[in-house]
Design a protein around this ligand. Sequence first.
Ligand SMILES: *[C@@H]1O[C@H](CO)[C@@H](O)[C@H](O)[C@H]1NC(C)=O
Ligand SMILES: *[C@@H]1O[C@H](CO)[C@@H](O)[C@H](O)[C@H]1NC(C)=O
Length: 775
Amino acid sequence: MATQSYHLYYQITFISTFLLFIPHTTQLQSSQSWSLLRIQHLLNYPSLLSQWHESTDFCYGAPQNAPASVVCYQDSVTQLHIIGNEGTPPLPKTFSMDSFITTLTRLPDLKVLTLTSLGLWGPLSAKISRLSNLEIINISSNYFFGAIPHEISRLSNLQTMILDYNMFSGQVPDWLTNLPLLAVLSLRNNTLDGNLPDSIGSITSLRSLTLSLNNLSGDVPDLTGLKNLQILDLENNSLGPNFPKLGRRIITVVLKGNKFSGGLPPDVGTFYLLEHLDISSNRFVGPFAPSLLSLPAIKYLSIEGNRFTGTLVRNMSCNEELEFVDLSENLLSGNVPACLDPDNQHSKAVLYSGNCLGGTQNSAGKQNPFVFCQNQALAVGIVTPRKEGNTEKKKKTGVAVGIVGAVALGVLLGAILVFFALRRKNARKASKRAPRRLVEHASSAYPSKMLTDARYISQTAKLGALGIPSYRSFSLVDLEAATSNFEKSNLLGEDSYGQMYRGRLSSGTLVTIRCIQVKKGQPTLNFNHHIETISKLRHRHLVSALGHCIEYNLEDSTVTQLFLVFEYVPNGDLRSKISHGEDGQKLSWTQRISAAIGVAKGIQFLHGGIIPGLFANNLKIMNVLLDQNLGSKIRSYNLPMLSENTKAEMHGDKIDIYDFGVILLEIVSGRPITSYYEVQIMRSQLQSAIASDGAACRRAIADPEACNICSDESLRTVMEICLRCLSKDPTQRPSIEDVLWNLQFAAQVQEGWHADSGSSEDSPLSPSQPCRATN
Ligand SMILES: *[C@@H]1O[C@H](CO)[C@@H](O)[C@H](O)[C@H]1NC(C)=O
Ligand SMILES: *[C@@H]1O[C@H](CO)[C@@H](O)[C@H](O)[C@H]1NC(C)=O
């Protein structure tokens, strides 16, 4: 009977919703249809818009991913994408940029705009600033010329601006700091010149800065203030001479083809997230620090075409993840490190011709005789001062300072790199033929919308949302079909906000559907904003949002109910694989670290991968689910719709770090932790176990099922980071990057230990050995 009434209830709401839905989602305002047709006219009726007619249903008509597409929200265009063919010639003389932009501004809700390879020509009209909702613009590969108009600084919602392959001239604007959300700026291949404005160093929201292929010159302003900057591409300008000052979290640096000279600054050795470093074709001199090869994240390194000196030896160590190394055309001598030799397990490309290297096994390319490098190196030493000194004396001090500086620099760089090298060395101890690392590389997190709409970042970034079906809006019919009319047997649970159902979409995808009763009087504007944020919550380590469905009240058109559709993750929660071991199967130590890394990456995405970030997510081990491959996914995070206060709390990020610490504690101990009191007890046990010099003491705390085969160093690393996460003072808790780094280190150590389990120092101790903790 209950099911029957349910059924009826939903049928009624279905009918009422359906009636309301048609006018809301399928019919574009006629003025906007007119504007789209006018755009077609101004673009000279390109064949890719041949489907556009007066009767076209723009919001539902075009398939996704077509070269021309329109996305609407309610009855207004929010996205317009028209992607022409490469090499489209300029539009005829009669084309008027001003009319074109004026027409565009008649789509006032436009948030995402792609107009590429359409032959648009002329100065970019200042009227573009009327599109006040614009978040992403990509007008690459046209014939825009003149300065980038100052009026763009009024687009306060702008997050991504891509003006690549045009003919914009003048200087890089100094008003970009007025765009508070600007995350991606790409001005590749224009004719910009002059120095970079210092203000570029204060666009704190910036994540990706691409200025390659222009005529920029002079030193790069200090960018250490750009804490979010991950990608810097300055290829082929005339910038220099000093290596840019960058924050430690940088991932990609391309300085190829500029006028950088002198030595590399020592802090490059602290860029622990650096994956891609290309400083080729510059004028760098000084000793090459081979430890660059063993930076913890490095995959791509090119120093080709500089005058780096120094002796390489066979037994240097490299990051196993290296894919490409180009040392060609420098003044290096000695032997190519063995870790760069080709082997069957990794497809590495290594280039080193044009040096003075010997003893290489495969074709080393052309090498110079040793004396050549020796003489050139001496010459490099003498030619250092770039500014012509007035007197002989000045010149000499210049040289002396230069040399001392270079030596000091080298020592410092060496010291810092030794730190990493040592950590790695430990990890790699005897892992010569170790199995491939289980841990994936830190994939940077970006708003998925930016990813799909402005494919701007390297391959690694895309991994974040890889394999998750694209976000869409559902009809109630879809959801009823998926849940057999919300049948009881599909009910997964219920909380104060509403019910949660399991369902299967017509595509076969299993989903979880959350029904949220909307409070009366919740402003609709806020609501759309929340939906926008939810649509970005898509990441490999989150139970990701797949879409939504909105139900309205017939009388006053307010929202009454909201359905959020999420992935369905089949393999149970993390606790059941850690401390309960329901099916008798508990995760091994390696699997535990890997699960923890997944959770940390999910947190990293919630904090930094979307704007604004989501903090204070009330993370719990029960809310970490595992997929078929035991990959972890965070289920319940601070959904904007449900959180009362949307403001980021003080230390919100550090609250999450603490909660993560509690999860880690359970992962290590294998005991369910349910109270603050238990956390305090275990915390102090952990403290003395870490301080103790007996491995047995640590092992006594750890879950014996996981840690009968685990390396003490790996265990201690996890315990240490766990303890730091649980610091009482939030400011003492580590950053999420720090957490990730340590967990990945622990994973490597464990793997190296596996490969080398004969090692006496680390061999498993009998758990019965007494534990004498030093307090
Ligand atoms: C490399 O081998 C040399 C001896 O051939 C030794 O002195 C040096 O310490 C070794 N370096 C490393 C990093 O193992
Ligand atoms: C701009 O849009 C074009 C066409 O969709 C795309 O190929 C290009 O990658 C985009 N540019 C960036 C930097 O994302």
